[in-house]
Design a protein around this ligand. Structure first.
Ligand code: GDP
Length: 295
């Protein structure tokens, strides 16, 4: 994961490790390479610039120049700052409602349906919950069938109403069904378009307003780099969502979305998708991710 970024950061930080004498010049050179590595990984230039400015300030404050092991100290400072940038502590999801309603949002193909299944499976197996999946894609019957296939795989019931063309009504009926049948968690999977359009935004905003979910999650494909960040911004303006799900992190992604999405929308990444299988789901821990990036 993020091999290219890890390589480049390693090389950048080696500039200091190799030097017997540390000067302000080679600290600056190191940070310039760190910035370049971040930009190459699809981190927005301003975010990368602010990042290295903060590391520089801390480095000078902690007197990297006089430290015995300046290389190691710089690695630690970069790691801490990366952790902070990605959100600091891990943030769980709110399952305190009765039932707790979790709404999925995002573009078509981002991995909403797959993640809905993974989350249901996780809540059932790891948190001993009784989840219900609700299929609200009224445009693509295949999407409803897909959710049923997922539900069968993980042994979780799926609520759908194929003839119904009103997603708000389906979501409400699904929640009522959950209440009547002792489900403690309702995961509402919604339709997505290939690009942001007004109709889709209005529809998801209406569902959101009506069902008032405990948790609104924005699902995004990590492979889409800076587009992922821009899409997150657009959805956040409409939904003020609670957290981000970054999918397809098992693919050949450069890392920009994972690193910068939190600082752009000020919402935490809660889970990452690591594959197509139902158990390919990880809680997102910023510090572990920073460790992996820096090797
Ligand atoms: P939706 O349109 O947002 O509901 O997206 P889907 O759940 O149908 O996912 C679109 C495609 O991405 C499917 O082929 C999924 O198998 C695949 N997919 C979803 N999540 C992941 C992931 O974490 N890793 C990989 N490699 N593929 C994924």
């Amino acid at each position: 994961m993020f091999d290219n970024l890890s390589d480049k950061l390693d090389k950048a930080l080696h500039i200091l490790k190799g030097h017997g004498q540390i000067t302000e010049v080679n600290v600056a050179e190191t940070l310039k390479e760190v910035r370049r590595a971040l930009v190459d990984a699809d981190v927005n230039y301003k975010i990368a610039k602010d990042f290295t400015a903060r590391v520089r300030e801390k480095a000078l404050g902690q007197d990297v120049l006089k430290s015995l092991k300046p290389g190691q100290l710089m690695v630690k400072l970069v790691k801490d700052e990366l952790t902070e940038l990605m959100g600091g502590d891990a943030v769980g999801i709110d399952t305190s409602g009765n039932p707790s309603v979790i709404l999925m949002s995002g573009l078509q193909g981002s991995g909403k349906t797959t993640f809905s299944g993974k989350l249901a499976n996780y809540l059932k197996d790891k948190k001993k919950k009784k989840p219900l999946l609700v299929a609200c894609d009224v445009y693509r019957p295949a999407a409803v069938d897909q959710l049923h296939v997922v539900g069968d795989q993980i042994n979780v019931e799926v609520f759908s109403d194929k003839g119904n063309t009103n997603p708000v009504a389906i979501a409400k009926a699904g929640i009522a069904y959950a209440k009547a049948n002792d489900f403690d968690t309702v995961i509402v999977d919604t339709a997505g378009r290939l690009a942001i359009d007004e109709m889709m935004m209005t529809e998801i905003a209406n569902i959101h307003k009506t069902i008032q979910p405990n948790e609104t999650l924005f699902v995004v494909d990590a492979m889409t780099g800076q587009d992922a960040v821009n899409t997150a911004k657009a959805f956040n303006e409409v939904l003020n969502f609670d957290g981000v799900i970054l999918t397809k992190l098992d693919g050949d992604t450069r890392g920009g979305a994972a690193i910068s999405i939190k600082s752009v929308v000020n919402k935490p990444i809660k889970f990452v998708g690591m594959g197509e299988k139902m158990d390919a789901l990880d809680v997102f821990y910023p510090s572990r991710m920073a460790d992996r990036i820096l090797g």
